[in-house]
Design a protein around this ligand. Sequence first.
Ligand code: UDP
Ligand code: MG
Length: 331
Amino acid sequence: MPSQSVDVTVVVPCFNEETVLPSFHRRMLSVMAELPSSCEILYIDDGSTDQTFQHINGFCLGRHVRGIRFSRNFGKESAIQAGIDHAKGQAIILIDADLQDPPELIPDMIAAWKSGFDVVNMQRECRGKEGLAKRFSAKLFYRTIAKLNGRLHYPNEVSDFRLIGKEVIDSLKQTSESSRSFKSMVSWCGYKSIELQYKRDERFAGETKWNLWSLSDLAIESIMSVSRKPLRLFSFSAAFLFFVCIFLNLYSFWQGAFSASVFALLVISFLGLGLAMIGEYLGAAYQEIKGRPGYLIADTVDSESMEAENAGPASYGVFNVVSTEAIQQCS
Ligand code: UDP
Ligand code: MG
């Protein structure tokens, strides 16, 4: 059966989301039923160890659903990459599975895209009940990245909930970096963008997969992918310290009494920081040289092949959750 042309692919990265996925899919189907554009949902199961992929299998009994399962957990950025690689739509909407990003806003995003914007960024109005530390670190991150690369449009409070159009998708496909930050890469692409305000809901069920460590990891990755300024800053500071050292040595020589040990400690710790920074960039370069794929696919499933297997019309808009055993019995 020839595959139908698709206007929009909704990409949903999922990692152990069995508790929320049925509700998410139900809400997505109601939104899709009202859309004037043709739309598909592409679930990327990022190596879940719960029933997430079994749910996705069940969703494929309805129309316009596809699922990809990774061989293990590769991380959300890899799941997004797989979504971009495999989407059939002219535009991609990225949305979390935990219903923090309301699917009901999708029609507004599509309308903004159809009115001529290549990137539609969903911008949170407030951070709700998030702790002070998370709010502060988020602010610091957005400020830092804006300062580090002033040429990029890096909107505040925009997470991965966005629509990207054909030009951006094609541009992202042209880049060959294996270590990626979706946020940074979309900003790097440029094109005409708009921010739509929305209120981010609480997670519907399950738990966040991020901790302080993984968030810092992502922040460093995002900064490194758009800017070499931290290295440049270090070079300038090192040069400055070098001249200060020369001056202090001359001064101590002239006075005959200056102890430079405390100052030496400062210089050594500063050099340590610089070495760590160089190490980070070298590590990133090493990863690129290895050239490994960002993810490995263990399994795929889609409505079309399931429809063919079941040899009966799939019912659009009908919500089903079935186990893999049930699916095998059907075929
Ligand atoms: N996610 C993923 N792989 C991971 C971690 C998270 O695909 O390794 C997915 C997760 O299932 C969810 C989305 O990324 O759909 C956002 O994750 P989460 O809600 O934990 O992040 P938060 O909203 O707390 O930033
Ligand atoms: Mg979340």
